[in-house]
Write a protein that binds this ligand. Sequence first.
Ligand SMILES: CC(=O)SCCNC(=O)CCNC(=O)[C@H](O)C(C)(C)COP(=O)(O)OP(=O)(O)OC[C@H]1O[C@@H](n2cnc3c(N)ncnc32)[C@H](O)[C@@H]1OP(=O)(O)O
Length: 214
Amino acid sequence: MKLPVIMLGSGGHAKVLLDILRRLEVDILGVADPAKRQGDSWLDLPVLGGDEVVADYGSENIALINGLGSLPRDPGTRSRLFETFAERGYRFGHVVDPTCFLAGSVELAAGVQIMAGAIIQAGTHIAENTIVNSGAIVEHDCVIGRHVHVAPGAVLSGGVEIGDRTHVGAGAVVIQGIRVGAGSVIGAGSVVTRDVAVRQIVYPARSQLKDIES
Ligand SMILES: CC(=O)SCCNC(=O)CCNC(=O)[C@H](O)C(C)(C)COP(=O)(O)OP(=O)(O)OC[C@H]1O[C@@H](n2cnc3c(N)ncnc32)[C@H](O)[C@@H]1OP(=O)(O)O
């Protein structure tokens, strides 16, 4: 049985999730966001109140959707929200855009979100609350930790391991068999050919600007 859902947050990431949920014809009760006024509406959804309003609904009657996005150097609001409600017994639903490709043996933990056009190949495991964003490719046998964001267009080659809370930037490429430690940031457009330790930032090569001589 599919439970009705409440969306937490109403920013850009939540907007994309809402579009997916509507295409999947999920029953959405409303949005919880402390920055909005109870009784208002957001994209034709009722604003139910702040996060505390979730307590009005029994954890066995609803599922939650984590609508907060995540960027490098974020203070961890998305992961905290997940942990807080999971500890209280609430379940976080998967959001899987119907245009993505998921191989049969892929394992998705609670709250994983797979956005439009992403490809996830055989033998890959993705842990709780992780986002694989639009058009990203996760090849076979990858192990992706909790609260990770694989940003749009990033490529993880076969057998890559990504530690918890890591951000893999838009368009980054990680070659096969690489291990990336927890809490790291792979800059957008980087090509990663060596292992990355815990809490390191990978900066990509910079493009150079020069005037065209006539
Ligand atoms: C749906 C969505 O939108 S999801 C979001 C997708 N976005 C991403 O994945 C972004 C990932 N973040 C990045 O790549 C970041 O730029 C980081 C984390 C690598 C670097 O961040 P910071 O250390 O804060 O760098 P900062 O922004 O101060 O820039 C420092 C310099 O590096 C340059 N720079 C920063 N990031 C990059 C990059 N990815 N590629 C090339 N140059 C870069 C900046 O232009 C700046 O150059 P300048 O000194 O000549 O002005």
